[in-house]
Design a protein around this ligand. Sequence first.
Ligand code: FAD
Length: 327
Amino acid sequence: MAYWRRGLSRATIRTMRSALLWISENSWCKETLPRYGFVRRAVRRFMPGETLGEALDAARALENVRGIPSLVTFLGENVADEAEAREVADHYVDAAGQVAARGLDAEISLKPTHLGLDLGFGVAEENIRRITAAAEAYGNWVWMDMEYSRYVDPTLELYRAIRADHKHFGICLQAYLHRTPADLESLVPLGPAIRLVKGAYAEPPDVALPVKADVDQAFYDLTLRMLAPDAREAGLRAGLATHDSSLIRRLDAWAEVNGVGRDAYEYQMLYGISENEQYRLAGQGRGIRVLISYGRHWFPWYVRRLAERPANVGFVVRSMVPFGGRS
Ligand SMILES: Cc1cc2nc3c(=O)[nH]c(=O)nc-3n(C[C@H](O)[C@H](O)[C@H](O)COP(=O)(O)OP(=O)(O)OC[C@H]3O[C@@H](n4cnc5c(N)ncnc54)[C@H](O)[C@@H]3O)c2cc1C
């Protein structure tokens, strides 16, 4: 295990990241690897369980013990059947009711292709509208994830169409895309809710920044734009989704120097990742929300988490012992 602690060269990390992102999309891997017990055990680090009940129990514990509100997301993507996409929408409508019945501060996060975007814009729009309407009836928020770059245009279009009727609706923008500064600029006048992320998918260099340091800088620059006076006056809700503690300190320092209050933005992180940073921020009364994922179709999502930090593969290897095997 010293190998992981010593660190990997940049070239090795890049190669591992590409290999993992390839695995996340490969049909054979998606079908076969989740059946192995050690893979299922490893995913527990990032996911409290496969059911909504387990996700909401984890949300309750975070809220009660740490004072941290959450986001919940039902895992799945690229649904190829309209009936299945409708069932996913039914699931989210029910989830909105269960969140309210439990009195939880848990917002909803969804993927457009899980709600049928591959089957047609209208299919996804109808399904997502059902969810935003249900959530709104309970005073809750819905966020839309951003997937591969080929989905950015329709996702932005979905956002504009649905946001016109549902104010508590947010969208994710990815800092690694060359187009994102222009997309952000076009959204600012709407007073949108934006979750800024670095970006988790394999994209070519003509579409996305290939160098991590440039992506970190783009995240910083985009945050400053989201917190500019005109954006705040328009009512922009800024969700900064990162675990990058040096970036967090840099952004907080900038906000302090520029008189931007701590309540002008919130951080969003993933369940099981950088927990000490989550607790530190919550302990200071800062805005922090944790995204809890659940569902049976966790494989591509989980492998993207490994790709974000290839040293995580060490945890998978460790979970092969002592009870490795297929289940
Ligand atoms: C709430 C939330 C929603 C997201 N939604 C989307 C989305 O809709 N679309 C999209 O493309 N991406 C999404 N992402 C993923 C995002 O794009 C990044 O891939 C991910 O957050 C890693 O970047 P980072 O800035 O957190 O950390 P990095 O700069 O990659 O790493 C900084 C530090 O964070 C920790 N860390 C980061 N990732 C991991 C990990 N997987 N395992 C263990 N430690 C880790 C490590 O300590 C690491 O040193 C989301 C992320 C979050 C937190």
